[in-house]
Design a protein around this ligand. Structure first.
Ligand code: B12
Length: 286
């Protein structure tokens, strides 16, 4: 949860305006501390950021608020169909409560044994990570529990990536990773894996890469596309800096929750399977 000052910083909306948007348009309804100070959650920060972008691009505040309120609130993921090898969406987070490594690793193995990697990622892994974040935020899963689960997911994604066949030498080439300071690697790594499974040659650069290294490597490898993710609002300044620096060398594509808030880059959307298929088709056609 964020205080009013931190929310103003994260969204770029002054404190007075935050209150006005709440009272006039009902865009957010912050919780209150015991001392009656406002506390904003991630969804409130997201809504306020979208509203600010709309107002900055010329929308009247009333219309912008209506648009924000009409948007579906988060994506309520459906449980896997009966008979599917995928576990229930809360099962991943529950391993962060009991530290049961056997259950955790066999759950991941079953999910990755699902014939289509993109289905496992979009229908189960990503929504399960959102549940893990909620369980951590609510205190059901400790910091250690969250690290325990996300480290196992990272190991399994790395294994799946490694086991995929190498792309043909003439196949299109994509560089993927995260900007400086950005450590939420699982989404972009899952994307890199699905893209490689589609025959694309993927140079995966991992988390927290300084802008100079992005630029030097893009100049050296001249990829057909560069992919970064924007998982949190805190990642925005570094991603904006990276996009500005890389764009003269290669087209930059973005994924992750805040992908729509960076100028000068293309957005890939929120479904990793479709995004990988789409990007593979586009760069193969050029
Ligand atoms: C695992 C995890 C961690 C792990 C990451 C390990 C790793 N190696 O990646 C660790 C422990 C390191 C971590 C650290 C932190 N975390 Co954390 N973390 C998470 C968690 C549980 C999952 C993250 C994840 O992989 N999400 C993947 C999906 C779900 O991401 P998405 O951005 O919503 O993207 C969607 C789509 O765009 C698509 N997608 C995702 N990536 C990509 C990429 C491409 C190319 C495409 C096309 C699509 C795509 O898939 C998603 C589903 O639709 C989230 C919960 C959550 N809701 O995400 C919190 C969360 C992101 N973390 C949070 C926080 C606060 C932190 C810390 C600041 C905690 C701290 N005090 O240290 C640090 C910051 C680290 C940093 N500098 O970046 C907050 C962020 C709030 C915000 N400000 O936006 C969250 C939301 C938890 C919460 N509910 O509060 N975290």
């Amino acid at each position: 949860m964020y205080t009013v000052g931190r929310t103003a910083q994260l969204t770029g909306v002054p404190r007075e305006t935050l209150r006005k948007w709440e009272q006039r348009y009902g865009v957010v309804s912050p919780a209150r501390t015991e001392g009656n100070y406002r506390l904003y959650d991630d969804e409130a920060v997201r809504r306020l950021s979208v509203m600010r972008d709309l107002v900055d691009s010329g929308w009247a505040p009333r219309d912008a608020a209506r648009r924000v309120l009409d948007e579906p609130v988060g994506s309520v993921a459906a449980e896997p169909r009966p008979g599917s090898p995928l576990a229930r969406l809360d099962d991943l987070a529950s391993c962060g409560e009991d530290f049961d490594v056997v259950r955790l690793e066999s759950m991941l193995d079953k999910a990755f044994a699902e014939g289509d990697l993109a289905v496992a990622v979009d229908e189960w892994l990503m929504p399960s990570l959102v549940r893990l974040g909620e369980a951590w935020q609510q205190g059901a899963v400790s910091v250690a529990g969250e690290h325990f689960v996300s480290a196992a997911v990272l190991r399994r994604l790395a294994q799946a990536f490694h086991q995929l066949p190498h792309a043909e030498p003439a196949a299109p080439h994509v560089m993927a990773g995260l900007a400086r300071g950005s450590r939420h690697e699982l989404g972009v790594m899952a994307f890199a894996m699905v893209l490689r499974s589609r025959g694309v040659n993927v140079t995966y650069l991992g988390a927290d890469l300084p802008v100079e290294s992005w630029v030097d490597t893009a100049r050296a490898l001249m990829p057909d596309a560069v992919v970064l993710a924007v998982p949190t609002v805190e990642d925005l300044p570094a991603v904006r800096e990276a996009v500005q620096a890389i764009a003269p060398i290669a087209t930059v594509w973005l994924g992750g929750a805040h992908q729509g808030r960076v100028e000068g880059a293309e957005v890939l959307g929120h479904r990793i399977g479709e995004a990988a298929a789409d990007l593979a088709a586009r760069i193969s056609a050029t």
